[in-house]
Write a protein that binds this ligand. Structure first.
Ligand SMILES: NC(=O)c1ccc[n+]([C@@H]2O[C@H](COP(=O)([O-])OP(=O)(O)OC[C@H]3O[C@@H](n4cnc5c(N)ncnc54)[C@H](O)[C@@H]3O)[C@@H](O)[C@H]2O)c1
Length: 447
């Protein structure tokens, strides 16, 4: 495919009208096997490949990775699959053999790969956060809805018992209307240092141009970008908020039926245009919903030392706060939701209270109550496969996950304007503060 063709057919045209496909693979009742293509098969992609392929109706037909070592490792496990290093070529050459696409690349390549696949009517399972830019999140939602494509974002804990239970408890009013949520992670996907000087030799196994994809050109440096460390850097990832925040935000966001925020303020160091701040404290306000007070305040803290000690997070019996998690604060009490594989804990008048689960889930609709990660981890993936085969519904489609991602990304952008309150206009998809709007989208590089 010519470089220009790719850009023409992908995000650049995402806002154009899309004609609905007359034939939707995703809802065809006759299909019994789902032929999957996987873009990014190292790191989390290897785990995604394992989870999707553990469904008995899945046939892995294509593997794509810009790192030959990762591609070879995956190919050893799926020797019948065809291999590619450029997803554009894969989707062009063997589109007819592919029923669904899994995107597990670094964040900056999520939208370009997913949108191209959706334009070809392929259902997409895309890792979190859904996109790198707000404009991409809106474009992903639009295409998925217009084409009625089955989609799922890779927040596998969304399908775990404890999170579903917390949603039911909050919506049943166990702590009354919620006026504040505190969420935290001491993980550090930030980098306060300078941009490295010079360049290193590109490893023979890596196609650096394809790795960069639509992002700006930059010399290769060992250990700064591939693998994993790209999430610390503004051109490729979304920092700790985009990495852990999207998991930890998910249940409160879902349970409180939130849309997007009204205001956002990030207390962090000054931006340096290269790495995300190591420590962030982001305060959002949201409009009220049936489960909240008139407005909801949401405070996210990340990086070493997070969260700072706080009265609202103090636990009974001098218990230690879980390393990561969220606290709902309501008119009748608090609900602590550790991240993850732990039950929500109810705190009223600074004492733990038993939760009569039978009362909230009388027919055991929430599923298995015993935590077992190995058993539960593939659920979210299998739900996607079953939805593609017309047997189930997805729980984190792009219509939902694009809004969650947008919320997260607004907090990331607020990090460019430390201590300043930004005002978000949902309808116009713009900040009131004109200077912040430049960060809502990016200039795609022709690669
Ligand atoms: N849901 C979860 O629990 C979870 C956990 C970890 C990571 N993730 C997400 O998974 C994604 C990948 O993260 P990671 O930690 O595995 O990163 P990584 O850098 O370790 O691995 C990314 C893989 O994608 C490949 N790749 C990069 N660009 C590509 C391209 N254009 N085409 C094909 N392959 C490409 C890389 O070579 C590598 O194999 C991220 O979006 C991350 O947020 C999710």
């Amino acid at each position: 495919m010519k470089k220009r063709d790719f850009l023409k057919t992908s995000v650049a045209l995402a806002s154009a009208t899309i004609i609905p496909s007359p034939l939707l693979i995703s809802t065809s009742p006759k299909k019994t096997t789902l032929r999957t293509a996987h873009i990014g098969v190292g790191g989390m992609g290897a785990s995604d490949l394992e989870s999707i392929s553990s469904h008995k109706s899945v046939q892995v037909v294509a593997l794509c990775d810009v790192d030959k070592n990762n591609l070879d490792d995956a190919h050893k496990k799926f020797p019948d699959a065809q291999v590619f290093k450029d997803y554009r070529i894969m989707l062009k050459e063997i589109s007819e053999s592919i029923d669904a696409v899994v995107v597990s690349t670094p964040d900056h390549s999520h939208a370009p790969a997913s949108i191209l696949a959706m334009e070809m009517d392929k259902p997409v399972y895309c890792q979190k956060p859904l996109t790198h830019f707000v404009s991409e999140a809106r474009a992903m939602k639009k295409i998925a809805e217009e084409k009625k494509i089955v989609t799922q974002m890779g927040i596998q804990v969304h399908s775990f018992y404890d999170y579903k239970l917390a949603t039911v408890l909050i919506q049943a009013g166990i702590i009354g209307k919620v006026h504040k949520v505190r969420a935290w992670s001491p993980k550090n996907w930030g980098y306060d240092g300078p941009e490295p000087k010079g360049k290193d030799d590109i490893p023979k196994n890596l196609d650096w141009n394809l790795w960069l994809g639509t992002s700006p050109d930059r010399p290769y440096k060992d250990k700064y970008y591939h693998p994993s460390n790209w999430r610390k850097l503004v051109d490729y990832g979304c920092g700790t908020l985009g990495d852990m925040g999207v998991h930890i935000f998910d249940t409160p966001y879902n349970a409180l039926a939130l849309e997007v925020p009204l205001t956002i303020k990030n207390k962090c160091r000054k931006p340096n245009g290269y790495g995300f701040p190591v420590n962030n404290s982001v305060e959002y306000t949201f409009p009220g919903t049936p489960y909240t007070a008139n407005t909801l305040t949401w405070i996210w803290s990340d990086g070493p030392g997070a969260p700072a000690s706080n009265k609202e997070l103090k636990l009974p019996k001098r218990d230690k706060l879980p390393l990561q998690g969220a606290m709902f604060i309501g008119e009748k009490g608090r609900l602590l939701l550790p991240h993850f594989m732990e039950r929500p804990r109810l705190i009223i008048d600074n004492e733990y209270k038993e939760i009569d689960i039978k009362k909230y889930d009388p027919n055991d609709l929430l599923g298995n109550t015993e935590n077992d990660y190995e058993r539960d981890a593939p659920k979210h993936y299998h739900q996607f496969v079953d939805a593609c085969l017309g047997k189930d519904k997805v729980s984190a489609p792009f219509s939902y996950s694009s809004r969650l991602t947008e919320t997260i990304l607004l907090g990331v952008i607020a990090g460019r304007f430390p201590n300043k309150t930004l005002h978000w206009n949902n309808e116009k998809a713009k900040f009131q503060e004109e200077e912040a709007n430049q960060y809502l989208s990016g200039n795609y590089r022709d690669f």
